[in-house]
Design a protein around this ligand. Structure first.
Ligand code: AMP
Length: 455
């Protein structure tokens, strides 16, 4: 199958070729012709399958045939997190460079005034997180009656984050005879119900189960101890000659502390987590993408779905509590046909988490042999581990060391809630979309938040 067989315009085919893609992926081959025929669609596909282009490409052609610069938004894409929304916007810029369409990105953490101004100019494509969209709607700043095309992306993630009532609400504000596309890695009953209620005679395309194993990713577990984790991680980084790596932690505090520790050891490490305001998150991602840093220490929510080319390694500094977070984490490497390696540090308390991951993926993750010992590296002055109990040369505790429980900072205690997925969604979360506060950033709007794209 070739892109040229899918019914896309010549301008789009040119943009696709210039993006370096030779052949459509399975979801693209399945979805694009149906979307162009204006059918409703359910795409069961996870990130990494090329699903973004499967709706962005046909949308550009559909919108190009209608009136551009309408006063009301003509299409709406709902994304669970700011990063995913920004990524979709980048896709529109990339593929839409030969079209004259405009878009606006409505996400939390960005001044509302600038977004309202963008809306007033009129946009063809609105890319939004549900919380911010509802806020603007309730303030009377937005009318959705001109939106004839709706995309609900990452629906299962929306469910996890408690956004389904908002999505149902948003669906009722759009014309009833619109075209609706829903993408989800899994189809739990509430998502099925949502699809039954708001899609009409949809075509279902399923490309890969979320638990399926990406053969391009070599996976390992590495046995260590709670207090030996940083040593083990640094030894792995050294032994693996990494290009770029994402290191996942379960808590924001650990993300911050680990990034600082790695910096003290001379690594070009940065951090991304939900406590950072939007501008810092974008800046940090840019530093990672442009090579200023080659290690990004991340939390689940902030890094979910991140699409950064050529990530050679993923390290799980903490084993994730939710097995499907494991699948999402390691999926940041081995993308678009490249090879990747994923290492999960495990301590005896992680047995259950690893069992659950192995049950979900149906894959027994091999143990990586560190060659007998976690290598002790010279600690730079001020590194927190300096004060933590360490094994003496004979394997016992050094006399001055305190028990680990006394050393752990309050915010790191087991009782602290993880930043990641909530096991069961109850009430919707706060109106701001993912894990980040909406109070931090009142700076100017980044260029890509409201741009005309195309020649
Ligand atoms: P997504 O699933 O949308 O997050 O896309 C995953 C990655 O695949 C992104 O880096 C895309 O740029 C890339 N991609 C999208 N379509 C293709 C294609 N047809 N061939 C190769 N890579 C692609």
């Amino acid at each position: 199958m070739k892109f040229a067989d899918l019914g896309l315009s010549d301008e789009l085919l040119r943009a696709v070729t210039e993006s370096g893609y030779d052949e459509p992926t399975a979801i693209q081959a399945g979805a694009i012709p149906s979307v162009l025929m204006m059918r409703d669609m359910i795409g069961i596909a996870q990130t990494g399958t090329g699903k973004t282009a499967s709706f962005v490409l046909p949308m550009i052609d559909i919108l190009a045939h209608g009136r551009t610069r309408a006063l009301m938004p003509r299409s709406l894409i709902l994304e669970p997190t700011r990063e995913l929304a920004a990524q979709v916007a980048e896709n529109f810029e990339k593929y839409g460079k030969y079209h004259k369409l405009s878009m606006a990105l409505l996400i939390g953490g960005v001044q509302m005034g600038d977004q309202v101004k963008a809306l007033e100019k009129g946009v063809d494509v609105l890319i939004a997180t549900p919380g911010r969209l509802m806020d603007l709607f309730e303030r009377g700043k937005i009318l959705l009656t001109g939106c004839n095309l709706l995309v609900i992306d990452e629906a299962d993630r929306m469910l996890d984050m408690g956004f389904i009532p908002d999505i149902e609400n948003i669906c009722t504000k759009l014309p009833a005879n619109r075209q609706t596309l829903l993408f989800s890695a899994t189809m739990p009953p509430p998502i099925k119900k949502l699809a039954d209620k708001f899609l009409s005679n949809p075509k279902t395309i399923e490309v890969a189960r979320p638990a399926s194993r990406n053969e391009n990713i070599e996976q390992f577990v590495v046995k260590t101890s709670e207090r030996g984790k940083r040593d083990t991680l640094r030894s792995l980084i050294e032994a693996e000659s990494i290009g770029t790596a994402i290191i996942f932690c379960n808590r924001k505090t650990t993300v911050r502390e680990l990034a600082k520790s790695l910096q003290r050891y001379g690594y070009k490490a940065g951090e991304i987590h939900g406590d950072m305001d939007q501008s810092s998150r974008i800046a940090e991602l840019d530093r990672f993408k442009n090579g200023t840093i080659n290690i990004l220490v991340a939390s689940d929510v902030a890094a979910r779905g991140l699409d950064v080319k050529g990530v050679s390694h993923v390290f799980n500094f903490d084993a994730p509590w939710h097995p499907d977070d494991y699948v999402h984490r390691i999926g940041r490497t081995g993308r678009a046909g490249a090879k990747g390696r994923a290492f999960t540090l495990i301590t005896p308390s992680d047995d259950e988490a690893i069992d659950n991951i192995q049950k979900l993926t149906g894959y027994q993750i091999p143990v990586h042999d560190m060659g007998g010992a976690e290598r002790e590296t010279t600690r730079p002055v001020g590194d927190r581990e300096e004060r933590e109990p360490r094994k003496s040369a004979r394997g016992g505790r050094s006399r001055s060391a305190k028990p680990a429980s006394e050393e752990r900072s309050g915010s790191e205690k087991r009782t602290r809630k993880p930043e990641g997925r909530k096991p069961a969604p109850a009430a919707p979360r706060s109106r701001d979309d993912d894990d980040g506060p909406d109070d931090g950033w009142n700076g100017p709007m980044p260029d890509f938040l409201s741009v005309g794209f195309g020649s």
